[in-house]
Ligand binder design. Structure first.
Ligand SMILES: Nc1ncnc2c1ncn2[C@@H]1O[C@H](COP(=O)(O)OP(=O)(O)OP(=O)(O)O)[C@@H](O)[C@H]1O
Ligand SMILES: [Mg+2]
Length: 298
């Protein structure tokens, strides 16, 4: 620390000049970092959209081949063709999921990710998506139990985005639970909020990871040899979505025992607005599950 009291006038001028230069350099570095972050976001956005177009074309072509092939009964190449078409479709889903997650992650970073809030029944949203996943979990011999304290609760949410959060929690639980495991989804009705929890008896996580897992690209096992696939974006998106609803999400876990993810959403409603009927077709919901679960059943 310089003691300015004992400096000559000349020394004082030099000292101030140096400080000025330091501030100037700092501002310049800050500006450069901002420009760099903007460039990175723009590049991410361009790449994501550019990847989506050819992917949609490949996906469309696969569907066409599947349709043509369906009519050819007992053909010589039926078995290998079906097998390879399935692999191609599955990997399209995986890419689509990654690209969608990248696009949304980017939108959140630049503040373009918006909620489409309506008054709707959150119990039905959670129940419908949970029940649609039961069959997929059973393919891995995992049972899903759904339990709720209330039959109906109308609150203001973006039901598609809430559904996405629950899908990510369920896909995580399925990914990190061995066959024979159990996943419980339950809803609790508190005075000013509604609590939704997804609990499994899977691998669990170390205590020090419980907050970090909500950061972008954060995974307990980030080695290339890890058992489960994924890119560590899901919980970052989930946390952002829940916080945009004014709620919170956190995890409890014990290594080797299991994990529990708890969401709390305030029970607000939009005044003077009708209750919206959430009308996601069964087909669209199944497609979403295929995309979200693409890493699990590859
Ligand atoms: N139920 C769970 N049991 C054990 N570990 C979990 C569980 N849920 C999440 N994790 C840990 O948290 C990490 C981050 O989860 P997140 O959903 O963000 O990413 P991911 O599933 O790896 O990838 P993706 O972006 O495809 O969702 C996981 O990689 C895993 O290490
Ligand atoms: Mg995930």
């Amino acid at each position: 620390m310089v003691n300015y009291e004992y400096l000559t006038k000349e020394q004082l001028i030099n000292e101030l000049k140096e400080k000025d230069k330091y501030i100037y350099d700092l501002k310049k570095a800050n500006e450069e970092a901002k420009n760099y972050a903007e460039l990175k976001t723009e590049l991410f956005s361009i790449i994501s959209h550019e990847l989506k177009t050819p992917l949609n074309i490949i996906f469309g072509a696969i569907q066409l081949i599947e349709n043509i092939h369906k009519e050819q009964e007992n053909c010589k190449y039926c078995r290998p063709l079906n097998k390879y078409l399935k692999t191609m479709r599955q990997n399209c889903y995986r890419l689509l999921r990654l690209i969608n997650n990248f696009i949304d992650m980017n939108k959140i970073e630049i503040g373009f990710f918006k909620l489409n809030l309506t008054n709707n029944d959150i119990v039905k949203t959670i129940e419908d998506i949970t029940l649609s996943v039961v069959e997929f979990a059973q393919a891995k011999q995992i049972n899903i139990i759904f339990d709720t304290e209330i039959e109906e609760k109308i609150i203001a949410t973006d039901s598609e985005k809430i559904e996405r959060v629950i899908l990510n929690l369920l896909s995580n639980s399925i990914k990190f639970t061995d066959s024979g495991g159990i996943i419980e989804v339950y809803i609790k009705n508190l005075e000013e909020s509604i609590v939704i929890a997804v609990k499994d008896n899977g691998s669990g996580m170390p205590e020090e990871m419980l907050e970090k897992i909500f950061d972008i690209f954060s995974q307990v096992d980030s080695s290339l040899r890890r058992q489960a696939e994924g890119s560590g974006i899901g919980l970052f998106l989930s946390k952002s979505i829940i916080e945009m609803h004014g709620g919170k999400i956190y995890a409890k876990s014990k290594l080797g025992i299991g994990s529990e993810f708890i969401i709390e959403i305030p029970t607000r409603i939009i005044e003077d607005s009708k209750v919206a009927e959430v009308a996601i077709s069964a087909e669209r919901r199944i497609e979403k599950i295929h995309i979200e679960f693409a890493d699990i059943y590859s």
